[in-house]
Structure formats: structure tokens, C-alpha cells
Design a binder for this molecule. Sequence first.
Ligand SMILES: [Zn+2]
Length: 428
Amino acid sequence: MASGAGRRRGHELVPLAALISREMKNEKMEKPSVRCGHAAQSRKGEDYFLVKTDCQRVPGNPSSTFSVFAIFDGHNGNAAAIFTREHLLSHILSAVPRGLGREEWFQALPRALVAGFVKTDKEFQSRGETSGTTATFVIVDAWTVTVASVGDSRCILDTQGGGISTLTVDHRLEENVEERERVTASGGEVGRLSIAGGAEIGPLRCWPGGLCLSRSIGDMDVGEFIVPIPYVKQVKLSNAGGRLIIASDGIWDALSSEMAAKSCRGLPAELAARQVVKEALRTRGLKDDTTCIVVDIIPPESSPPPSPLPKKPNKLRSFLFRKSSRDSANKLSKKLSAVGIVEELFEEGSAMLAERLGIDEGAGQTTSGLFTCGVCQVDLAPSEGISVHAGSIFSTSSKPWQGPFLCAACRNKKDAMEGKRPSGVKVA
Ligand SMILES: [Zn+2]
């Protein structure tokens, strides 16, 4: 069932020559330059990071270059952090359909990020190791910044003129009520550690396992309602550019976003990263692995100087996010960039795979007419695919024919994440 027989994919396939000529046009619009630096102080040796500034959307075309920055803060060992550092990027990129133009590529990213995170988690869990990791993964392509994260390694944005904003959500049971409710509804128990005499100490944790996070990659012994589905946010900076600070909780337990941003203003990226780590250690001492990446997105020399934003006393939201529909994005961004406003292109944090993969009638269909799994990209025979929108395996669904489709293993994972089967029960 559910192969959506004969349906063609909705996307047009763009010939390579047309793609390259499009890229050349884009190149004429000046790109910002990207400078980055990182610094770390290790205590447990479980923080890992990734800096890759030579990725290409169109292989072989330097004008399609983009950068990736990521932090992985491991727990219960470093295996999950190392595995995720090695595999997450390629899993994300292999989930982006081929032959997309620049704008379509941006639009495909949020779904590819979800698929890449889930695939990495599934692969790591199949190795039978018990560790887990946060993952905060940042893609910088010209003025567009896309962030996907699970756990509590935060990414903040400091724009010219003084606006500081958080591009991630902390998946911590202590602070995140919504996540607490989701975990409980999926069969987990949330409570504090009890010590002799019945007193409860420390932050809220999820049981079994005792993890303080509600989302992570790995953690096969904790219960599959601790999901790897990332919060994703995509923004477009104004022509004033901005600075990203990506760091593990060793920084954020010591410094507020505001303190971190202000402590390093005016310093070049490499020194700035060192300064943020130094500031965190000065405040709190070395209690945890502490890692920081600073990324500066710098307007080209020739562009007119940015008009500064008026300073606002509101610390929570000291600059404006401007929501806009994709259709009007280009027109709007021109107008908005003139006044230094960051444009919000996409934001979604749901833990439900069906919501995150959306509806795509031709999803995963290859040119040969075969389908691929919407998560792990394996080929599916027409009889194999199960719609991500189909209800439980044991009930009938209203939309079992709508893509994307999942292979049996990914379908089992989806059910486990939603608490529809006991976690840890392997279905062959
Ligand atoms: Zn699959």
C-alpha cells in the first residue's frame, strides 16, 4: 500500500548548467564574509565541535559554498558525541533532494535536518552503546542562518546595533514545561533524584535513566520519548551582518546570552571565543566541559554602512523578528535589511515526526519511480512504504497514501518516540 503509485515529484528538476548560471547571478550580489574562532576548556572530555567552511550546495561550484558549525556535548561517555560529529552532516545533506536551486535548497533544509538527526540517532542506537549527546548544528549560507538543535547547547545571535536573540530552545526538563508534558504523555516519569531519607535534590530528570534533557541523540537506555527531533529556526540577517555564539552549557550555566555577547564585543572571532570561555570560568570555575564557537558574518567592504538600530531597554527581545511568507521574502528583505531587522524565515519545534516531515505527495520518489524512506533514505519497494501520516500500524488511517513514506525500521522508531510501543523493545 501507500506507494502513491505513478505520482511524480512536485519539484522541477533543474539542469546543472541552469543551476550554475543561477549561482553566477547570485554571486554578483555580494556575499558577506564569514570569520570564526573557537575555544574550549575540558573537564570530562565529552564536548566535541565541528567547523567546516568549505561545503558546497552544487558540488564543484565554489560560489555555492556554505559553512557548518556545530557543538556536541556528550553525556555518559563520549561515543555519541563523536559518532554524531562524524555522521550528522552527511546524513542531513543526503536528505536534501538533488537538483534544487538556491531558494528551494533553503526551503528543503528544515525537513532534511529532521531526517538527518533521526537517522543519526537510529544508527548510533543500533550500535548498542549507552551514551548520548546534545547537537546544535548551524548552517551559514550568505545572509541566511539555519539552526537545528536538541539538548541545551545554545546558539545566540548578536546583531549590529545591540540586538541579542536566542536561535535555539533549551530541551531541559527543569525549564521546559511543554517538553515535560510530552515526556509524561509518552510514558516517561519526570522527577528529582531521591536521596536517603526521601529528600529530593537536583534538577528534574526523566526516568528510567535520570537524564535532565528531553531531547538528545543516542541515550538508548533512557527511553525513546527522549527524541532526536530538533527545534529548527531559519533567519535572514540584514546587510549589517551579525555574530553567532554557539556554546555548550558550560558557558550558559555561567553566563546569560547578554553577558556572553557583551563580554566579547569588538574582538575578532578567535579572541572573542576565548574571551567568552574565560568569562564563564571566571564566574563559575571549571565545573563542566566548556566549549564556544564564535562566527562573524561580515558585510562586504563595499556595501554602505549599516544604519544602527535604536537601543531598546527590552532585554527579552531587543530587536524585531519579522515574519514573512516565502513568496514575498525577497521584496521584504530588501526593505527590512535597510533598517537592520532580522527576518524570520522558518521556526518549528514539534516532536511529532509527521508534522515535521509534512505532506509531500512525491516525497522520496526517485527518477526510476522507486521511493526512498523519508528518514534514512533507503530504497523502498512499492509495497514497503508506510506513510508517515498513517495511524498506528494496528489502526486504519485517513491518509495512508500521502508521503513521505517510511521504511519499517523508521516507522518503528516513530512509534517508539510517540510512546506507542514500549521503548527498548526491538521489532525485527
Ligand atoms: Zn528508514
